[in-house]
Write a protein that binds this ligand. Structure first.
Ligand SMILES: [Zn+2]
Length: 189
């Protein structure tokens, strides 16, 4: 998938997770939902999700993440890490979660940003499962996992997916501001 599809998917996924957390009324995060739209943490959270939604492709030298963080993507290649391998697996996610959690200790990020990073990373793995190639979820086991969608990178399928995701974001943002009311629909479901 191209980086704009991934970043959009990361953002939408973060919006949906925040919405779900609102349903469960988790205290720690309630200010993300009920607080001001200008809350700095809210935007840091979404930015973190978007950045992390690109990170698993660091295993590909020509990807956005690979080009930007070449000093990581090059050594990964030297160590024989292939595209859609370790970084696209549950093990890769756990390693990323542990490494990025270290940044909290050094006060480089706070816990909310860390949550954003984790959500963005998961969104990448999920969206790559829409791809025809699938991903090795249980790496180092090679078995590929994918949804039944068979979307090829840069294909019409991906463009349509992009439009659908984009429309979802616009609807979510519009509904958040009270212009559209989904409550009736939720009651119906
Ligand atoms: Zn990927």
């Amino acid at each position: 998938m191209t980086y704009h599809t991934h970043s959009l998917f990361g953002f939408v996924f973060a919006v949906i997770i925040v919405k779900l957390l609102a349903l469960f009324d988790i205290k720690d995060l309630s200010y993300l939902i009920k607080g001001s739209i200008l809350n700095a943490d809210l935007w840091k959270f979404y930015t973190a999700a978007i950045i992390a939604s690109l990170l698993p492709d660091i295993d590909h030298a020509n990807s956005k993440a690979g080009k930007t963080l070449w000093f990581i993507s090059k050594p990964l290649k030297w160590f024989g890490i292939k595209h859609r391998g370790l970084t696209h697996s549950i093990l890769g996610f756990i390693l990323f979660a542990l490494l990025s959690k270290e940044l909290i200790k050094y006060n480089w990020i706070n816990r909310i940003i860390w949550y954003g990073l984790l959500i963005g990373y998961i969104s990448h793995i999920l969206s790559d499962m829409l791809n025809v190639h699938g991903i090795p979820l249980f790496y180092p086991n090679d078995k590929k996992f994918k949804f039944n969608t068979n979307i090829t990178t840069g294909s019409w399928g991906e463009h349509i997916l992009f439009v659908v995701i984009f429309a979802t974001v616009v609807l979510l943002i519009v509904s958040e501001r009270g212009y559209l009311n989904f409550n009736g629909l939720l009651d119906f479901l």
